[in-house]
Design a protein around this ligand. Structure first.
Ligand code: SAM
Length: 228
């Protein structure tokens, strides 16, 4: 059975889409999408040999070799231009997802939807989307097995559209802030607790330039989160 996290990612894939799942590991998501008649064709990309082998095995076992192409390579280099119209990247940090998109920019022309699931650091991912002509269209926050995940769905459009208070919304997500649900509050309460502990440690460590900068950054963030 697919994790709730990946099931939620799959929910955003348009019916009949041609999908590249980058960092696919076991290719669970592409298999699910084909078996459930969501995607018409998938590429499962993996950069590491072990997970690449797992993906190959999984696809073979499911008998889906004709609909899922498993490829080894870094980020978007595994797809050719206009091969897919939807990209999913899940289960990595936001900065890594942003760097995969940045390095693969030339492959994004024919793509109209990005479904991204950063485990941490979604600020840098929202920032990348905003700076590169992608409009944030939907966001979700979910909790599974005690972990909290965000899903960002982006389309080509008007990048500034969802934003009114840029810094806080890049950090916490404009849609998630508005919805302000229980999981969202839990996430930011936990983050604040962490930041306050780090702040206390920095206070004890004494004054140096680096500590001062870090303290200012953390205090700024705490203020943003407390403002919600
Ligand atoms: N997407 C699956 C999920 O959400 O359950 C797997 C997540 S797993 C934690 C991250 C996978 O991304 C690993 O298998 C890793 O090898 C792969 N990965 C990391 N950087 C990558 C890159 N630049 N290109 C392709 N795959 C990458």
């Amino acid at each position: 059975k697919l994790s709730t996290r990946l099931e939620r990612v799959a929910k955003h894939i348009p019916k009949g889409a041609r999908v590249a799942d980058i960092g696919s590991d076991h290719a669970y998501l592409p298999c699910y999408c084909i078996l459930n008649d969501i995607a018409s064709y998938c590429v499962a990309g993996e950069v590491v040999e072990g997970p690449y082998r797992s993906a190959l095995n999984q696809v073979k076992q499911a008998g889906l070799e004709n609909q899922i192409s498993v490829r080894k390579g870094n980020g978007l280099e595994v797809i050719s231009e206009n091969e897919v119209n939807c990209i999913t990247i899940a289960g990595m940090g936001g900065p890594l997802i942003a760097s995969i998109l940045e390095e693969g920019k030339n492959k994004l022309d024919g793509v109209d939807k990005l479904i991204l699931q950063p485990n941490i650091g979604s600020y840098s991912l929202r920032k990348w989307l905003l700076d590169n002509g992608w409009e944030l269209a939907e966001e979700e926050i979910i909790e599974e097995d005690g972990k909290i995940y965000e899903i960002l769905v982006s389309v080509k459009g008007t990048p500034m559209k969802p934003y009114q208070h840029l810094e806080s919304e890049l950090l916490m997500g404009p849609f998630l802030m508005k919805e302000n649900n229980e999981v969202f509050r839990k996430k930011w309460e936990a983050e604040m607790k962490q930041w306050k502990i780090i702040l206390m440690q920095l206070e004890q460590a004494g004054e140096n330039e680096k500590a001062k900068l870090r303290k200012a950054e953390l205090s700024g963030r705490i203020e943003l989160v407390q403002g919600v």
